[in-house]
Design a protein around this ligand. Structure first.
Ligand SMILES: [Zn+2]
Length: 414
C-alpha cells in the first residue's frame, strides 16, 4: 500500500519500517541546508549559520592516491595505497564524528536511531553520496550492530570512473570513514566500515558493511557466502582501522620498552656474572699468594736448617787440623752445599740472611765493587765501622774463616 509520505523520502533509501524516522530527519536536514549564505567577497559559505568549505571531490580521492603513489614511488604501489587509504579514512572518520556531534547539538537530536537517520541525509546534502540501507541491517547500540548499505553515487568511485580507470581495490574509503564516524557518534559504540564491492573496480555497486570491529570479519564472511564472492576476494577486503598509525606506534613503543627491559635484564645478569668472576679471580690470587708464601717459607726453613745444622759443623771441622786430602774433601763438601743453597738464597729476602738495614746497604755497595773508603764516605761512617760491618756480613753469610771473596759471593746470590 502506497503511503503518500513514501514519495517524499527522496534523499535516502531505507527499509519501510524506518521511513517515518527518516522522513522526520529529511525535513530538518533539508531545512538546515536551505538557509545558505554565500559571501565570496569574504570567502565565506554558511549553512544555517555554520561555516562550510567546498573541496573538489577528485582532489580528495583519485588525485590524492596518484600524488601519494608518486611521492612514495620508492616504496611501492601497495605502501602508497595503504598510506592514502589510512590517511583518508582517518580524516573522514574524524569529520563524520565531529559533524554528527555538532549537528545533534544544534538540532537537539537525542535518540540513536534519529541520530543515525540524519546521517545519510546530511551525507546527501553535503555531496558525498546518496545512501541505500538494506533490509538486513540491524542498527542498535550494542555488539549486534550491523548495517549493510550502498552508496549509489559515491564521489570517490566516480572520480576513478570518470578518468576511465578500473581499480583492483575498493576506492570509497572516505565514504566508509565518514559514515562509520557518524554512526559511532550516534550509537556511542566503536564501529568500522569495509567496502565489500566497488563500482570503481567493476562491481555493480559500492556496497558497505558496518559493524563493531570485533564482528566485522564474521559479517563479511557471511555476506561473501550469500553474495557468492570468492573466498580470496573476501580475504583481501581492507578493513580500515581508525588511526591505525597510532596503534602501530603504540605497539612499536611497547615493543621498544620490552626490548629495553630485556637489555636491562641481560645487562644485570652480565654484571652479576662479572662480579662473580672478579670474586673468583681475587680468591685465586689469594690462593696463589698463599702458595708462594708457603714455598718461600719452605725454602727459608730448608736454608735455616742447613745454616744451623750443617754450616757450623763444617766451620768447626775446618779448624781441626785436617790433612790436605781431608781439606780438599771438606772444600768440595762446602762447594756442594753452596751449590744446593745458592739458587735458593738468590731469590730470598735479606731477612733470611739476618742482615740489618745498614748491613744491607754495605753489602749492596760491596757487590757493586765500591772500595771500603768510599763506602765509609758514602754512608758517612768511619772506615773501621765498614770493616766491622763486612766482618758481620761474612759471619752471617757463613764466610767466616774462609778465603772466599765477599763481592764474588754477593754477586753469586743474584
Ligand atoms: Zn566504491
Amino acid at each position: 500500500m502506497d503511503n503518500p509520505q513514501d514519495k517524499a523520502l527522496n534523499t535516502v533509501s531505507v527499509p519501510e519500517e524506518l521511513h517515518p524516522v527518516f522522513l522526520k530527519a529529511q525535513d530538518y536536514v533539508r531545512e538546515y541546508f536551505s538557509e545558505v549564505q554565500s559571501d565570496p567577497e569574504k570567502g565565506v559559505i554558511k549553512y544555517s549559520g555554520e561555516r562550510y568549505i567546498l573541496v573538489r571531490a577528485s582532489a580528495m580521492s583519485k588525485e590524492l592516491f596518484d600524488m601519494m603513489a608518486l611521492m612514495y614511488s620508492d616504496r611501492g604501489k601497495q605502501e602508497a595505497r595503504d598510506l592514502s587509504f589510512n590517511f583518508l579514512f582517518d580524516i573522514a572518520h574524524s569529520i563524520g564524528k565531529a559533524d554528527a556531534r555538532s549537528f545533534f547539538l544544534k538540532m537537539g537530536v537525542k535518540d540513536p536511531i534519529e541520530k543515525l537517520s540524519a546521517g545519510p541525509i546530511h551525507f546527501a546534502y553535503t555531496g558525498w553520496a546518496s545512501v541505500k540501507i538494506h533490509p538486513l541491517s540491524n542498527p542498535r547500540p550494542d555488539d549486534h550492530y550491523y548495517l549493510i548499505y550502498d552508496h549509489p553515487y559515491s564521489f570517490e568511485a566516480q572520480a576513478w570512473m570518470e578518468k576511465g580507470e578500473t581499480t583492483d581495490f575498493p576506492v570509497c574509503v572516505m565514504n566508509a570513514g565518514y559514515s562509520s564516524g557518524w554512526c559511532e557518534e550516534s550509537f556511542g559504540i566503536p564501529l568500522v566500515t569495509a567496502e565489500v564491492e566497488c563500482r570503481a573496480k567493476g562491481d555493480r555497486h559500492c556496497r558497505f558493511i558496518m559493524a563493531p570491529p570485533s564482528k566485522i570479519k564474521d559479517h563479511i564472511a557471511k555476506y561473501s557466502k550469500r553474495a557468492y564472492i570468492k573466498y580470496e576476494h573476501y580475504n583481501k577486503i581492507d578493513i580500515p582501522e581508525f588511526f591505525k598509525r597510532k596503534r602501530l606506534e603504540d605497539d612499536l613503543r611497547s615493543r621498544k620498552d620490552q626490548l629495553e627491559e630485556l637489555v636491562q635484564k641481560r645487562t644485570d645478569k652480565l654484571t652479576k656474572a662479572n662480579r662473580a668472576l672478579e670474586e673468583a679471580n681475587i680468591a685465586m690470587k689469594v690462593m696463589l699468594k698463599q702458595l708462594e708464601q708457603k714455598e718461600q717459607a719452605d725454602k727459608e726453613n730448608f736454608l735455616t736448617n742447613i745454616k744451623h745444622s750443617i754450616l757450623p759443623y763444617l766451620n768447626e771441622l775446618s779448624g781441626t787440623g785436617l790433612t790436605p786430602e781431608q781439606k780438599i774433601l771438606l772444600a768440595q763438601l762446602e762447594k756442594n752445599v753452596g751449590k744446593i743453597t745458592s739458587p735458593l738464597i738468590g731469590k730470598l729476602s735479606s731477612k733470611y740472611l739476618n742482615l740489618t738495614p745498614m748491613e744491607i746497604k754495605v753489602a749492596g755497595l760491596v757487590r757493586d765493587g765500591v772500595p771500603n773508603k768510599e763506602i765509609a764516605e758514602t754512608l758517612n761512617v768511619s772506615l773501621n765501622t765498614i770493616t766491622s760491618h763486612r766482618y758481620k756480613i761474612r759471619t752471617k753469610l757463613g764466610l767466616k774463616n774462609k778465603d772466599s771473596n765477599l763481592r764474588s759471593y754477593l754477586l753469586s746470590l743474584e
